[in-house]
Write a protein that binds this ligand. Structure first.
Ligand SMILES: [Zn+2]
Length: 100
């Protein structure tokens, strides 16, 4: 069951749905999903789409994407820069970028 699954009847998310088995008329065991909110039993659950990627497509295409590296996804204002600069530990030598 996908974590983005939801009940088609009451729209509750996957945390309210319990997978269970059921024996059909041919004696075959099959998987069903029971919504604990509305008691609807389903063979399949719809899945909500993922949220859009916060990294703009242009950034991904130009630089590739390394999840270990931080990427600016929008313009950084001077106030934001000063705020994050103030969050850095004091009395620490800067790194290769001369900032962090
Ligand atoms: Zn439901």
């Amino acid at each position: 069951m996908d974590v983005h699954s939801y009940c088609v009847h009451c729209q509750k998310d996957a945390s309210h749905i319990t997978p269970m088995t059921q024996v059909d008329a041919q004696g075959q065991r099959c998987l069903r999903y029971l919504c604990q909110q509305c008691n609807l039993q389903s063979e399949h659950l719809p899945v909500r789409p993922l949220k859009p990627c916060p990294v703009p497509q242009a950034v991904l295409q130009v630089n590739g994407f390394d999840p270990q590296e931080r990427v600016l996804t929008r313009e950084l204002s001077r106030e934001d820069f000063d705020y994050w600069l103030g969050k850095l530990p004091a009395r620490k030598a800067s790194g290769a970028d001369l900032i962090t």
